[in-house]
Design a protein around this ligand. Structure first.
Ligand code: CTP
Ligand code: MG
Length: 246
């Protein structure tokens, strides 16, 4: 890895499936926005330098002023900026990449919706960038996965052992990721649900490291309730270890 590791944190989605009264990243979990939870974990991982937070255009000023975002900016010695996103996730990532400082040699892309990402997962992905140009965290599915056609008929049942459910942060050599985004944009079919897909389209290898169930993506109201439970469990465990340490 040459240069520092930067991070693009995408939080510019609307959260249609969550159905809240505001964009998903601004929904509260235990009194703080999902965005602040995510920022605290990414910035607190110690794994990175510059952080670019991408939010809906009308919320740029508000996001920059959130207590958790200000605290992270301080932690990162001012290396945190908030910029407006685009019409889909891929476009939002591209907006973030465009403002990363020139000395950033590799980049992590993280979904703010994965607001409880453990800092150790951020470090794991970042560390793997010294061996691989593209790294994604993945979990083995517990369920059997079927491929189906539009009518709902099963087309195939891939061997579960060969499947991974992929999360973020995803890590990339910056040049490779920028090339992947440029190629996607030039081909017109510029969108994908993650960044690794764009790298795969270039024919470049992507390496999978173990993911973490706590990095779940808050998508539905049930996910939000579950995230609240996970956070409470995490806090209970850390106060227990505080007690044991005294
Ligand atoms: N995202 C983004 N810009 C967009 C769309 C999505 O930055 N135009 C971000 C979201 O904020 C989220 C991540 O990409 O952190 C993953 O997207 P998803 O979970 O689909 O979030 P939303 O698009 O907000 O939710 P929904 O699809 O239910 O509307
Ligand atoms: Mg979406």
């Amino acid at each position: 890895v040459t240069g520092s590791v930067g991070c693009v944190l995408v939080a510019a989605g609307s959260g249609t499936r969550l159905g809240a009264d505001r964009p998903k990243a601004f929904v509260l979990l235990a009194g703080r926005t999902l965005l602040e939870h995510a920022v605290a974990r990414v910035a607190g991982s110690g794994a990175l330098g510059p952080l670019v937070v991408v939010v809906p255009a009308e919320l740029v000023a508000l996001a920059g002023d959130l207590a958790g975002v200000r605290a992270a900016r301080e932690l990162l010695d001012g290396n945190l900026v908030v910029v407006p996103g685009g019409p889909d996730r891929t476009a939002s990532v591209r907006r973030g990449l465009a403002v990363l400082p020139p000395d950033v040699g590799s980049v992590l892309v993280h979904d703010a919706a994965r607001c409880l990402v453990p800092p150790e997962l951020v470090r794991r992905v970042s560390a793997a960038l010294s061996s691989y140009a593209a790294v994604v965290p993945g979990l083995s599915p517990a369920d059997t996965v079927k491929q189906v056609d539009a009518a709902g008929a099963v087309v195939a049942t891939p061997d579960r052992a060969t499947l991974r459910l992929v999360q973020t942060p995803q890590g990339f050599d910056r040049g490779l990721l920028e090339r992947a985004h440029r190629a996607a944009e030039a081909s017109g079919g510029g969108s994908a649900t993650d960044d690794a897909t764009l790298v795969e389209r270039l024919g470049q290898p992507v390496h999978v490291v173990p993911g973490d169930p706590r990095a779940l993506k808050v998508t539905t109201p049930d996910d939000l309730a579950y995230a609240g439970w996970l956070l409470a469990a995490e806090r209970a465990a850390s106060s227990l270890s505080d007690v044991q340490a005294t």
